[in-house]
Design a protein around this ligand. Sequence first.
Ligand code: ATP
Ligand code: MG
Length: 285
Amino acid sequence: MEPKLIHRGKVRDVYDVGQGMLHLVSTDRLSAFDIVLADTIPHKGEVLNDVSAYHLQMAGRAGIPTHYVDRTGSGTMLVYRLGMIPVEVIIRGYLYGSAWDRYRRGEFSLPSGTEPRKGAKFSEPMVEFTTKLEASDRPVTADEILHNDWMSANEIAYVVATALRVHQIVEENAAKGGILLADQKLEFGRNLMIDDVPILGDEVGTPDSSRFWNAELYADNYRAGNDQPSFDKQYVRDYLLSARGWDKKRPPAGTHLTEPLLTPEVVARTAEKYLEARTRIITLA
Ligand SMILES: Nc1ncnc2c1ncn2[C@@H]1O[C@H](COP(=O)(O)OP(=O)(O)OP(=O)(O)O)[C@@H](O)[C@H]1O
Ligand SMILES: [Mg+2]
């Protein structure tokens, strides 16, 4: 059958190619704060696709059912079509980002033995869920997931255990390239032709779905109370906050901007970050 565009996401275009399969096309589009920028980052799509394919295959070898079929070209991947479960699974190894903000508001409890300090390593990684259907991500409890029939209790238990295994796989591999995995997001879906457990789908361990830090710089920054420089779009976020004033006023989540905002230098340095992440993750494995 003729490939049919069924979804244009923030970053990826999804084509139905028949026989229960989809073609995922990772573009060079960039989103920050859930806003799609008009600027594109050269090589970003190919990096996301390579790194995700790599991690999906590693998970598959570890016996975790995934949607991965084949990497079909630069920036493209063939996958089994899933019925996506409408929650995002967040695995956190460190107290940072929205978890740190929530902790300071008294809305986030730390695993016991964790230092109450920005960037602290949790005594053990923890899993939480956020909604996928709303414009901006909101934490949801297991009770709410059950109540909405998004997952059964067995599925929740499976997803939590599997997410922790995937996290460990991505983390151990990244460590070999001097990258520290602070947190990441995973998505699961259902396809009874593959397995009767939730199948790992979407992208895995990319700079878009994960917060990667430079392992060499971590300890010094942590002690000094500094932010951690990262291999992901944190660089773009920082630019938008400081140079564009997005800390005070920014477009609502879901906006697609039409005017470029980034300087050529920010674009070039961001592209370098993505390419460096791929080199560290894939060749040093
Ligand atoms: N195997 C699969 N079967 C069906 N859908 C999938 C599969 N893998 C990923 N998806 C979905 O394809 C889309 C990928 O596009 P992308 O990541 O750009 O979207 P997004 O911007 O994150 O989310 P949104 O769908 O809210 O725009 C996501 O909605 C994701 O849930
Ligand atoms: Mg996505």
